[in-house]
Design a protein around this ligand. Sequence first.
Ligand code: HEM
Length: 449
Amino acid sequence: MTTVDPTVRDLPAPPKGLPIIGRSLEYARDPVALFHKQWEAYGPVSPMSMVGGDPWVMLLGPDACEQAMRNADKAFANGPAWTFLVGPFFGRGLMFLDFEEHHLHRRIMQQAFTRDRLEGYVAPMHSAVSAGLSHWQDGDGFQAYWALKDLTLGIATETFMGGAEHTSSEEMDRVNQAFIACVQAAASIVRHDVPFTRWHRGMKGRRVLEEFVRGYLPARRANASDDLLSVLCHIESDTGERFSDDDVVNHMIFLMMAAHDTSTYTLSVMLEKLGQHPEWQGRCRAEALALAERVGNTPSLADLDGLESIDLVMKECLRMRPPVPVVLRKTVKDTVVLDTRIPAGTYCTVGLQYSHLMPELWTSPESFDPERFNAERREDRSHRYAWEPFGGGVHKCLGMFFAGAEVKAFMQRFLLDFEWHVDPSYVAPLNNHSLPFPKDGQPIDLRRR
Ligand code: HEM
């Protein structure tokens, strides 16, 4: 006989949403408003209705998020959840794998992100940043987001593909458009390959990306070099396992997406905030100048690590506007989160961003205050899961240190070459259909120094 724990409740019935799309439009309009509404009505575990009418919950606050991310009872799976959203485009990337298989692939892929490897990626980052910035023009209302998107694709091409030596700039534009199509496909209401839908454009994008990566495989298999594609072709786990060609293609396409949109958005928020807070821009520039005087124009990984003010600003921007505001899971068995029973087969939106904004965890969470991360205050220590822009548990971002190096390599050079201004009353109009981005291209008033 099964015993019923009286302290555990069933999920309440979901609030009404539109048929088929549920509350996805509400999320797309303003995710933070939806988090607040769900929290106020239900607390940390709330019923939802999203695309397709499947059972769905939202987990909010550090305790509920921690439970899903630590996944002690192995009830939460990534594959079926992310596959629903963007599986045909990025499927079989590391984030889509679960349990034993994930463990095996992660052990191999970790070899591509060791400290030594990262040190090797820093030099191509510097050259891609310099090349990219040489095209940036003075002007009021310079569209920083789109320029950053090109520049970070340049960084990915240099560090991941060793410069993609056989690809013209027109072809790289096609690759960039293919990424955008794949990421945007997440928001498609029609989730089959039907002409004129976002899904269809995503499927076409995937074919472009596969062709692009596969084209470089034979050369990288034949000769080991320092770029990530070559590393993925040659690395082994400590017990000798290696990736097949299909694994390399799937991992590369996912990695380029994971690295590209997230870093672009992080940098665009940093430009917005530093443009609105000249005192912080000045402080970061002084730090960049001091480093350049000490070591020249191509600081090492350790030098970039030492950029403390830029680090504080990056952390604060990731807190206020994380590039991945939510992660997805699907339960593969019945489980209980805090005091609520969640049946097997339930999709879960884990709202990491909400914890970043809770007044219980942060002083004046709405204000830009990078000092909250300094050694004395360390507000992020208010809870293990108070600040989790890179996720947590076994799926925690593998590119976290790569992202830190990329952001700092860019900011260091940019602060030396440019100064910029953003109206303090400016609020970025975000497109939240998939990963967030500023619909207006993030205008800044830019001047070369
Ligand atoms: C600021 C930049 C970045 C942010 C905010 C970010 C955020 C995240 C988050 C939240 C996850 C967890 C997803 C989940 O739990 O389902 C994740 C996973 C991942 N990220 Fe990042 N990411 C960033 C940059 C990068 C970069 C630059 C790379 C690669 C060079 C990368 C590679 C990965 C990989 C491989 C995973 C999957 C890990 C796994 O499932 O084991 N990310 N990232």
